[in-house]
Design a protein around this ligand. Structure first.
Ligand SMILES: NC(=O)C1=CN([C@@H]2O[C@H](COP(=O)(O)OP(=O)(O)OC[C@H]3O[C@@H](n4cnc5c(N)ncnc54)[C@H](OP(=O)(O)O)[C@@H]3O)[C@@H](O)[C@H]2O)C=CC1
Ligand SMILES: O=C(CO)COP(=O)(O)O
Length: 315
């Protein structure tokens, strides 16, 4: 029997959400609609980080990758009770250490429960009240369930998962792929090409993701294939728009200036190639994105390079 839990029946949580960008605002609205008490903090906020964190049961980081290490260090200096749940919603890789955001949070707060939140979550659609689903993943299942309770609604279906790294890497690695698919669409290569690219890209993401410790099945779920399909098929995706703009002959600087918003895939691709070179992981699609972003080839040459590779089996 399905039990319909009304938002009013659920115990209320006090939450600090860090990062007042598109994602931090959308997550704030989701939690507030469920009646939870939310303090939204950003660097330009009137309240200090210390004030924002006072007496909260949950901290949600929606900070772009560029700010995660410094913010985690500031919070460590302030101090957090060990039962405060830390939720990371950032999709990126740290250029200094090649770590994921959850690994950074875990290193700073080894005794706190860490939960990754990731899925096909284009914030503009969520803000319009359109339905979607997401995944909250943690080795601490009760912490994941607490986050599930905070954000779940009839428009935002939240699933739990016990593979935080796989969940996080799916959402992160697909940003390099969204740039590639943006190029494919910008060059008007057609639906067959796009479908082939996304399918081969999923194999690539699974190859990297499992090498780094994620579980194969996670990459076929919402945070893997689900998020890849969302970002590879929408002009709402900033990463897709980076690829699309480059295919139109714009420079990376021009495209990023037009976006005025975070496109994590640019940094992620650079860090990913560093990891792939170091660990000898075969990443043909991300490699062409890397060369394109670093002005080594044109969009047309990237496509030719992918098509001209040696014959191989599909696996
Ligand atoms: N938008 C989306 O649809 C989704 C985004 N994400 C992920 O969430 C993260 C944030 O994205 P999004 O909100 O869209 O980005 P935005 O570009 O909309 O906002 C970024 C926010 O982060 C703050 N910020 C920028 N640099 C730093 C820094 N060095 N330290 C602390 N805060 C900083 C800025 O606020 P201020 O300058 O005022 O401090 C700004 O409010 C990214 O990793 C993204 O991949 C995940 C799922 C969906
Ligand atoms: O991760 C996202 C949707 O799930 C947001 O994608 P962009 O960062 O490309 O806009």
């Amino acid at each position: 029997m399905d039990i319909n839990i009304e938002a009013t029946d659920v115990e209320k949580t006090t939450i600090a959400i860090l990062g007042a960008g598109a994602w931090g605002l959308a997550l704030t609205n989701l939690a507030k609609r469920n009646g939870h008490k939310v303090v939204l903090w950003s660097r330009s906020a009137a309240l200090s980080l210390e004030e924002a964190l006072a007496d909260v049961e949950m901290v949600v980081s929606a900070i772009p990758m560029i700010g995660v290490t410094a913010t985690a260090a500031k919070i460590k200096a302030i101090g957090l009770p060990s039962d405060t749940i830390l939720v990371t919603a950032t999709k990126g890789l740290d250029p200094a250490t090649t770590r994921t955001p959850s690994q950074i949070w875990q290193a700073n707060f080894p005794n706190n429960p860490i939960v990754v939140l990731s899925g096909p979550n284009l914030s503009k659609e969520i803000e319009q009240g359109l339905p979607t689903a997401t995944v909250v993943a943690s080795s601490d299942i009760s912490a994941a369930q607490a986050v599930q309770t905070v954000f779940s609604s009839d428009r935002f279906r939240v699933y739990t998962n016990t593979d935080p790294l796989g969940t996080e890497l799916g959402g992160t690695l697909k940003n390099a792929i969204a740039i590639a698919v943006g190029v494919c669409d910008g060059l008007q290569l057609g639906t067959n090409a796009k479908s082939a690219l996304i399918t081969r890209a999923l194999i690539e993401v699974i190859r990297i993701g499992t090498h780094l410790g994620g579980k194969t099945e996670t990459f076929f779920g919402l945070s893997g294939l689900g998020d890849m399909l969302a970002t590879c098929s929408s002009m709402l995706s900033r990463n897709y728009r980076v690829g699309y703009g480059l295919a139109q002959g714009k420079s990376l600087v021009e495209v990023l200036a037009e976006l005025q918003s975070t496109a994590e895939g640019v940094n992620t691709t650079n860090v990913l190639i560093e990891i792939a070179n170091r660990e000898q992981i075969y990443v043909p699609i991300s490699w062409q994105v890397y060369r394109l972003l670093n002005k080594e080839i044109t969009p047309q040459e990237a496509v030719e390079a992918l098509l001209e590779r040696d014959f191989k089996a599909e696996d």
